[in-house]
Design a protein around this ligand. Sequence first.
Ligand SMILES: [Mg+2]
Length: 265
Amino acid sequence: VTTFIFDLDGTLYLDGAALPGAVDSVRELARVGHQVLYATNDASLTGDQHTVRLQRLGFPAERAGVLTAGELTARWLAERPEPPRRVMVLGPAAVAAEISEYCPSASVESGADADAVVVGLDHAISYDRLTQAFRAVDAGATLVATNGDRCYPGSDGLLPGAGAITAAIETASGRSATVLGKPSPDMYAMLMARHGADPSDTVVVGDSLATDMVAAERLSLYRVLVLTGVTTVPPDQEETGPQLVIPSLDRLLPELTQRRAQARI
Ligand SMILES: [Mg+2]
């Protein structure tokens, strides 16, 4: 059994619609007995919500097989030697919901007395909330970010990302954040541990060189880049580059079958 870990946005779907060949390819992998898992930096939905969305699009998804950067962050906090009691979230409501569910020691509240500050993409960021977060971190609170994205594409141009908000708190406090989403390898490591996946028999499929491919390279996982999302031009072969580059997911099974020995499936 090979374990396949799929990125979501730009890999399986785009703008809410499944990409060509994506549903059929993933269903076929599951049908022949491979393990199919999903890992996303998108913390604007909870793991429950992502699971329902995948199922509605036709993908074979179960809740335990889906990991978001929000759940990863909540579980990471819960595993600290001293789990936090008060967590301030600068980010989507889904991140606060994941912390309430998976870090049971913590109550989610604002204020400078928080002992952990979690930064995601916060559309309601204000100077007041930035001040509260800074004062908490300055007083010793753990600073965690669900992703390190400097910016991201909006309909009318680039927008500042979670990394920009994190950088403001880092600059003010002089302390560094722990960044947990991809390209940190924590997401794949947690998902593989949960499902008993063998790193030498795990294939990561994603659309981003900077996040999906770098995170997979750090764990020496087999890497497939699909050119339907953020990376649209085949990269020069580098150390962190993918072993296989495909134009869209309908090529996944034919190409992997051709490279069976190399792909270890
Ligand atoms: Mg993606």
